[in-house]
Design a protein around this ligand. Structure first.
Ligand SMILES: [Mg+2]
Length: 176
């Protein structure tokens, strides 16, 4: 059970994500969380760093699809500046939205990577689906109220993972 919380790849920020490593793993699409993965939850739109990142991924011929548990208004507002598909109210870690995206787009399990900042939603959900999972540290410490309980449980999961030497918070994978 605990292994479902272990990401395949742990990075400090989307800016340190190795696109070459994704290519090497035959990844064709990145299911990307928004809140605290790309920007803080109260930032309505992308900043220059995020725009540069999204361009870099696109240039590598990897599609980005936004998948967020947040409400439509927030998610669509964020996505409207880009030609990027977006799925709101995704209920990660449940499988329904991941399955819907696969039906809509035709991507296969082995071609999909997820990027997110939460073990309990992004990483658990991605691992349950058999995707390549990428954990990033949150952009800011501040969370939505509904995320605060998740963060408390997450701290316990981190503690258990550290104890079993599966994952250490803040010790990132490098040179992938
Ligand atoms: Mg998030």
């Amino acid at each position: 059970m605990l292994k479902l919380f272990v990401p395949h790849y742990y990075i400090e920020s989307f800016q340190t994500l190795s696109i070459e490593y994704l290519k090497k793993n035959h990844i064709k699409v990145l299911f990307c969380d928004i809140d605290n993965t790309l920007v803080a939850h109260d930032e309505a739109s992308a900043n220059e760093k995020v725009i540069a990142f999204l361009q870099k991924v696109k240039q590598a011929h990897i599609e980005v699809i936004f998948i967020s548990n947040n409400v439509k208004e927030r998610v669509y507002r964020f996505a409207e500046d880009f030609d990027i598909k977006a799925y709101a109210f995704a209920r990660k870690p449940l499988k329904m939205t991941y399955k819907k995206i696969m039906r809509d787009t035709g991507y296969k399990k082995g071609e999909i990577a997820v990027l997110g900042d939460q073990l309990l939603t992004d990483i658990l959900g991605g691992n349950r689906m058999g995707y390549f999972t990428i954990l990033t540290s949150p952009v800011v410490k501040k969370d939505l109220t509904c995320t605060k309980l998740n963060r408390k449980i997450e701290s316990i999961v981190y503690f258990m993972l550290e104890k079993r030497k599966k994952l250490r918070r803040g010790v990132y994978d490098e040179n992938m």
